[in-house]
Design a protein around this ligand. Structure first.
Ligand code: ARG
Length: 467
């Protein structure tokens, strides 16, 4: 037997040994093997094989006995991998190879028929699609959980308010509930995007073969139905060569990650001594190895930081896909690690962020103290004048002038307003603590009445998306 340089003596065991005189080199194997990461798809791979075998039996390519035999072997392989007794060998290049090898060992000649009419190209596309469907469902559940936690914290925040910001400069007070639900609505859109992507993931590629289908009387529709897919592929070349469904899922996860990074950033800021708006629970904070007084918001920081990694996974996969000619190319093996990493990252991030938000203490007094600056009500003074017939541009200038005078030390804004001809004591009352936020009354806005309505809408939006 001739092996390549540094080759392993496994020639007889490769899936393509008939065509090859020599075995694979060690360097090729090290680069080429995907078992290290694709073995986590073993259940999907075995489910696909069961459906394929049943399909072969339906069209008479396997007898019922042979099919039963191979399915028993598949069951045994699944049990062995699950309980850890499965022994992988050097020629197990990927999970598909390993499962087929072991099935053939167990069931002999019947097992050697398992791969009839099938290629690893349609097989791997099927596995990745099945895996992605499960991942979307899991992540959607975790998004729902975080959105529910935001809702509960919003309900419990009652009429408390904090400064709203633009340019990270205090702008207008908003209810804490309003702020939390802003993130909640973004999460619901993330879940909707994943649900929409799911429709395009939910298509079976099995039966596409290596690239062009088969001369055998396969039944791709029946196999698709057996696997629970909503449809089968329309074009065999497309079925085995596109990973747009992975890219789309990665985009949705990345945008979700971007949303979580914004939440993370706010909690980082809010937990500083300078803001003091929140106190993180000890279970969701870390200490410093050197500075005894430190309490660090690592969960929030990682929620912020993980977005970069997700974005890298997305752009990496898109770069891999770019310019690939039809149909399958080995480059496509690079689809799995970014996908798995993105889903693993999201699972950890969503769970930790959920726990952090569930247990955080909101320091409502500090929030109010910060939001109660009379300057935050400047727009209400301008609108007071508008309600009395003054064009907005003029009222903006009048109030801007008073703010400038107050800042220049000519008196408090309250006094300047109270003594102003066109404003007076009624207008000065608008500056009192808690008043500005109560005056936000328009639909979808930051005050108590619209937020009560919004909470109701959010509850029903969540319920509609329940499982
Ligand atoms: N491990 C391969 C992948 O992940 C499976 C498909 C291999 N196909 C092939 N023609 N070599 O893409």
């Amino acid at each position: 037997m001739t092996n390549g340089p540094g080759g392993l003596d496994e020639t007889a065991n490769t899936l393509w040994h008939g065509r090859f005189a020599g075995g694979p080199s060690e360097a090729l194997q090290a680069l080429n093997d995907s078992l290290g990461f694709d073995r986590r798809m073993y259940q999907e791979d075995i489910a696909g094989s069961r459906a394929h075998v049943r399909g072969l039996a339906r069209v008479g390519l396997l007898t019922d006995d042979e099919a039963a035999n191979v399915i028993d072997a598949l069951d045994r392989v699944e049990a062995e991998i699950t309980d850890g007794s499965f022994v992988f060998v050097a020629s197990d290049e990927d999970i598909h190879t390993a499962v087929e090898r072991r099935v053939t060992e167990i069931s002999g000649p019947a097992g050697a028929k398992l791969h009839t009419g099938r290629s690893r190209n349609d097989q791997v596309a099927t596995d990745v699609r099945l895996w992605t469907l499960g991942a979307i469902d899991e992540i959607s559940g975790l998004i729902h959980r975080l959105a529910t936690t935001l809702l509960h914290r919003a309900e419990a925040a009652e009429q408390h308010y904090l400064p709203g910001y633009t340019h990270l400069q205090q702008a207008q007070p908003v209810l804490v509930a309003h702020h939390l639900l802003a993130h909640g609505w973004a999460l619901l859109r993330d879940a909707d995007r994943l649900a929409d992507a799911r429709v395009r993931v939910d298509v079976s590629p099995l039966g596409a073969g290596a690239l062009a289908g088969s001369s055998l009387p396969l039944d791709p529709d029946g196999v698709a139905e057996d696997l629970g897919f909503s449809a089968r592929f329309e074009n065999s070349l497309d079925a085995v060569s596109d990973r747009d469904f992975v890219a789309e899922t990665l985009f949705d996860l990345t945008l979700l990650g971007v949303h979580l990074s914004r939440i993370g950033e706010e909690f980082v800021l809010w937990s500083t001594a300078e803001f003091g708006f929140v106190t993180l629970d000890d279970g969701f904070s870390t200490g410093s190895s050197m500075l005894p007084q430190k309490k660090n918001p690592d969960v929030a920081e990682l929620a912020r930081g993980k977005a970069g990694r997700l974005l890298g996974n997305l752009t990496g996969l898109l770069a891999t896909m770019k310019n690939l000619p039809l149909a399958y190319n080995k480059d496509l093996q690079e689809d799995k690690e970014p996908l798995f990493d993105a889903v693993d990252t999201m699972r950890l991030t969503l769970l930790a962020l959920d726990g952090m938000i569930d247990t955080v203490t909101f320091n409502f007094d500090a929030m109010a103290a910060s939001a109660d600056s009379p300057y935050a009500a400047a727009i209400d003074l301008a609108e007071y004048l508008v309600a009395r017939g003054m064009p907005f541009r003029d009222s903006h200038a009048v109030v801007g002038g008073l703010v400038r005078d107050a800042l220049a030390g000519e008196g408090s804004l309250e006094d300047l307003v109270a003594n102003h001809d066109e404003l007076g004591p009624d207008a000065a009352a608008l500056l009192r603590p808690g008043v500005p936020v109560r005056n936000r009354t328009t639909p979808g806005s930051a005050g108590p009445a619209p937020v009560a309505d919004q909470l109701e809408r959010f509850r029903s939006a969540l319920a509609h998306r329940q499982g």
